[in-house]
Design a protein around this ligand. Structure first.
Ligand code: ADP
Length: 604
């Protein structure tokens, strides 16, 4: 808001200043041209005066003049003088040349032959006569001719007798209207006027006829003197209605602004007054102030243009500065933000690194724990199986014992073939036991190395051997629908075997009470996987089937189970990239567990 007020204020100041400066420049130009014209005109008048000034003196020295004055009654001498004056008038181009005696009476004149001849007239009241007489030197005067009423410049000089006394005065009249016609208005100033004023302020030369013989003094002289009235006989000498408007700023003292009140209306002029040489004349050049208005308007337009230019430049610079500042600020903000982000990123990076190492540590701990759990579970299974194993081992041991005793008896009797047959039995029993223990040894060992491509059938075979060695599996119909082709999958023989042992052991426990216990194992390919299903016709799963995969979930007594088998099995299968699910059978009583593993090519 204040900016707008400032701009408006500045505009007003600019306009005001332009107006004032325009006025100054306009008036200065007008004044300058007026002064130049005044100077020229002054020179012109000076030349004119200088031309005529020495002439009466030269004429006065002519012996004829003094002679005529001394012999005014001698017609011969007077005639000579008249003729001489006529000749002189013709030579110098003046209008009149005449000779007066000391009383002011004209005794000879160039116009002696004319009707209105000066001869016999008295001009003692004319200052050019009295001045020359009094001073004894040349005199100049301006007046209207008494007879002709024509404006004239009078040059006079005393005529001295041989004795040196003043005997009379010779006068030369020169017409001045030519001075008027030599006035030229300055080329660029259309409304330029001029008046030449005498010492009383009365105009006797004017560029406008209406301004001739007017009183330009503005009443400052008071009533015009008698001499002035005599100078312009029969003229009214009406005062001009002039209002003084003061001097415009920056102009010289001879300049002033004036206003004429005329019947046609008021007109304003810049008036420049300059004194003319020798005489008490004043040249007043008046120029219409109208061009000043145009100069002023020109300055105002220029000022306005400068103002607009400056304003636009200022606005542009301000906008540019604002944008630069904004850009710098944005750059700073950006840098700050980048720095903050970088800090944040570094921080979160460090956090991430810490988390990663923490996770790696946790994972390795988990792996170790898993391994330990698997091992613990295996040992638990072994523990559970130990009772059955005991039975399994005792039976062949008892049989071996019996065969050995019988053999001894047969040996005593010499029945060598019977001994041989018994020994064969013993060997086969020992082989069986060795095979059994070997299976357990394999089961108990820790798995090593990464998963590879294995035949699923082998793991099932090995698991079945362990299961069948248990006492409680006797009498159960275990149907292993063994595929003829290898079932190659991504896995680990020992781990898959462990899973199968878990599933089969649970199935055996579930069908123990059944009248016709049946466990079925099938392997079929489905969408790039092998699906191995273990079904039983036991008591089935409890309500929440997912719960059975949780660690330590069991429905069995402490001797029978720890509740770890299925949870460990699932972890094993997950780690191999497969799945393990359990549900109750839809086609009858009992549960079914489905193990899927990724198919692989045999060559892999
Ligand atoms: P455990 O056998 O030591 O109890 P598991 O994790 O192997 O531990 O089994 C968890 C539970 O799942 C068992 O207690 C049992 O209730 C149930 N379960 C597992 N297999 C079967 C099955 N074939 N038939 C019925 N229930 C089963």
């Amino acid at each position: 808001m204040s900016l707008r007020i400032g701009a408006v204020l500045l505009l007003l100041i600019t306009l005001g200043l332009s107006w004032v400066l325009g006025g100054w420049a306009g008036y200065r130009q007008v004044e300058q041209e007026s002064l130049e014209e005044s100077f020229r005109y002054r020179q012109l008048v000076a030349n004119e005066l200088n031309r005529y000034l020495p002439i009466p003196e030269l004429m006065a020295e002519h012996p004829l003049m003094a002679r005529a004055l001394q012999n005014p009654d001698d017609p011969r001498t007077i005639l000579d003088a008249n003729e001489e004056m006529q000749r002189m008038a013709t030579i110098v181009g003046s209008s009149d040349v005449y000779l007066m005696d000391t009383s002011g009476l004209t005794i000879a004149a160039n116009n002696y032959q004319q009707e209105d001849s000066f001869v016999g007239r008295r001009f003692d009241f004319r200052p050019y006569f009295s001045d020359a007489l009094a001073s004894g030197d040349s005199a100049i005067y301006f007046a209207l001719g008494l007879m002709s009423g024509v404006r004239g410049l009078y040059f006079s000089h005393p005529v001295r007798a041989d004795s040196g006394e003043i005997a009379g005065v010779i006068a030369v009249k020169v017409l001045v209207h030519e001075l008027e016609s030599q006035w030229h208005r300055p080329a660029s100033l259309s409304e330029a006027e001029m008046v030449v004023l005498d010492q009383s302020g009365v105009s006797f030369l004017a560029s406008r006829p209406a301004w001739l013989y007017r009183d330009f003094s503005g009443g400052s002289n008071g009533a015009l003197s008698l001499e002035t009235r005599q100078r312009y006989p029969e003229r009214e000498l009406q005062p001009m209605q002039i209002a003084q408007l003061g001097r415009p700023w920056g102009l010289s003292e001879q300049s002033a602004k004036i206003r004429f009140h005329t019947p046609e209306g008021n007109q304003e002029y810049l008036s420049v007054r300059t004194p003319l040489p020798r005489l008490d004349w004043t040249l007043q050049v008046m120029v219409s102030t109208a061009p000043v208005l145009w100069t002023r308007l020109g300055f105002v337009v220029a000022g306005l243009a400068i103002y607009v230019g400056v304003l636009l430049a200022w606005l542009y610079l301000r906008e540019r500065y604002r944008r630069e500042a904004e850009l710098a600020l944005r750059g700073e903000q950006l840098e700050r933000r980048v720095a903050e982000r970088t800090r944040d990123l570094e921080h979160s990076n460090q956090q991430l690194l810490a988390e990663i190492s923490e996770r790696e540590r946790a994972q390795s701990e988990l792996r170790e724990t898993q391994q330990e759990l698997i091992q613990a579970a295996k040992l638990a299974v072994l523990g559970q199986m130990s009772a059955g194993l005991n039975h399994e081992m005792n039976q062949p041991l008892t049989a071996i014992q019996t065969y050995a005793r019988n053999s001894r008896r047969f040996l005593e009797k010499g029945a060598m073939d019977m001994v041989d047959a018994n020994l064969s039995e013993i060997i086969s029993l020992c082989d069986k036991m060795a095979e059994l223990t070997r299976q357990f040894k394999v089961f108990a060992r820790k798995s090593e190395g990464p998963p590879s491509v294995v035949d699923l059938r082998q793991s099932v075979d090995a698991a079945l051997k362990i299961i069948k060695a248990q006492k409680n599996s006797a009498g159960i119909d275990i149907r292993w629908n063994r595929p003829e082709q290898p079932v190659m999958c991504h896995g680990d023989l020992i781990r898959i075997e462990q899973v199968m042992v878990n599933l089969l052991a649970n199935a055996v426990q579930a069908v123990e009470e059944r009248e016709a216990p049946v466990i079925t194992i099938d392997v079929v390919p489905v969408d790039g996987h092998w699906r191995c299903t273990v079904r039983d016709n036991g008591y089935g799963l409890p309500g929440n089937t997912e719960q059975i995969f949780e660690p330590f979930f069991t429905t069995k007594s402490v001797k029978q189970g720890l509740g770890l088998g299925l949870s460990i099995s699932r972890q094993i299968v997950d780690a191999l990239g497969g799945t393990l699910t359990g549900r109750n059978r839809s086609d009858g009583p009992g549960a079914e567990f489905v193990l899927t593993l990724q198919q692989r090519e045999a060559t892999e």
